[in-house]
Design a protein around this ligand. Structure first.
Ligand code: KG4
Ligand code: ZN
Length: 370
């Protein structure tokens, strides 16, 4: 594809994503049609530490960003001069990682002259992932208002969205994110990093134990989540209750702490059952409270989870909801979702607040996901 900068209707936006451990670039047309989606995962670099090492992540982004952008442009058949905008995930995330993407985006925009540069909220971008696709399978536009659910390694949040660019957070985890709990329980069970996908697979091989693990309801009307107790329940079920946690029972004259009661597969199944039930419970509460929301936007790495997808599918059928579960390639961190939301911000003329001095922000007050 050659020619002048794209018109607003068919706007070609380059997305750049470096918030954590994926270096990604994508070209999206008209905000929904993904022309290319290139992701360089750093999983192998962090595996031996069983978690993302920020310094290693930033250095890898530095090495990889420009080749990944070149690949994304080449795969899309798009020249830099045709871009209507450059969208970059600039918040929240690891500060060193975010800065590499922001500096790269600024350098490109500077070299191109007047190309707008749009700072995008990574969490809000996850919500658009179920609305994008390749030219052959481009989803129809969702209706608003919508409920939004982001389930990832760093976030577990519910939103009420009036549009893709205007979302208000109505619930969030008060401790661990669900993906973080998946990764920690997977480590307890000795599964490979990152733990979410392998725990999901193991959980499918066993039945959940009865009674199951506890689900934090927090308060009768709360839309917040808590996963730290669930993680501890999995630890004790698999490894037994440690002596220190057994003090009260010892006072009652019992000297032996309970031993492990569940196998790895049973622990995985029981954990997955409770974690997914916790999400569905809060989704049902949110739907009761926001009956005008007939669309459900879902995103984040854990939206790849097999049981969660199945249960959201059932919920959508029983509640007549239009549930937008992303294709698997858009569940995990990617730049197509960044380009898509960047396009919408550009169309809404909501990007001028990001001048050349735009910078990266590691945490954001998420009451408004902006
Ligand atoms: O959205 P994402 O790529 O990064 C963040 O923004 O955090 O999410 C990564 C998280 C990890 O915790 C990973 O274990 C989890 O998503 N994950 C899964 C599955 N696939 C990825 N968790 C449960 N089941 C899966 N199938
Ligand atoms: Zn993410």
């Amino acid at each position: 594809m050659t020619g002048p900068p794209s018109s607003p209707a068919e706007a070609l936006v380059l997305g750049i994503e470096t918030s954590c451990d994926e270096t990604a670039a994508a070209v999206v047309r008209a905000g929904r049609e993904v022309l290319s989606n290139v992701i360089a995962s750093q999983t192998d670099l962090h595996a031996e530490y069983r978690g993302v090492v920020p310094e290693i992540a930033s250095r890898a982004h530095c090495e990889r960003l420009l080749p990944i952008i070149q690949r994304a442009l080449a795969d899309a058949g798009v020249a830099l001069a045709q871009l209507a905008g450059i969208a970059v995930g600039n918040r929240p995330g690891l500060i060193g990682s975010l800065l590499v993407g922001v500096a790269g985006a600024k350098a490109l925009a500077w070299a191109l002259g007047n190309t707008p540069i749009i700072g995008v909220n990574h969490v809000q971008a996850h919500l658009i992932a179920g609305c994008i696709g390749p030219a052959t399978d481009r989803p129809r536009p969702p209706s608003f208002p919508a409920l939004g659910l982001v389930v990832s390694g760093g976030h577990t949040s519910l939103f009420r969205c009036e549009s893709t660019t205007s979302c208000l957070r109505i619930g969030a985890t008060i401790d661990d994110a669900i993906g973080e709990a998946y990764d920690k329980v997977a480590a307890i069970l000795g599964l490979p990093f990152p733990g979410g996908p392998s725990l999901d697979a193991l959980a499918r091989t066993a039945e959940p134990a009865i009674p199951g693990f506890p689900i934090a309801r927090i308060a009768p009307d709360s839309l917040d989540f808590s996963f730290s107790g669930l993680k501890t329940a999995a630890l004790y079920a698999y490894q037994g209750v440690p002596e220190a946690a057994w003090v009260q029972k010892k006072r009652e004259g019992r000297n032996q702490a309970p031993r492990a009661t569940l196998t790895a597969a049973q622990t995985a199944a029981t954990f997955q059952h409770a974690a997914v039930n916790a999400i569905i419970l809060k989704l049902e509460r949110a739907l009761d409270r926001h009956p005008d929301c007939t669309t459900l936007l879902v995103g984040g790495g854990v939206s790849a989870n097999s049981l969660l997808r199945e249960r959201i599918g059932n919920l959508a059928a029983s509640r007549r909801l239009d549930a937008r579960l992303p294709r698997l390639e858009y569940c995990l961190d990617n730049a197509a979702m960044i380009a898509a939301l960047g396009h919408d911000l550009l169309q809404a003329r909501d990007w001028t607040s990001d001048p050349w001095t735009m910078t990266a922000t590691p945490t954001v007050g998420m009451d408004r996901a902006r």
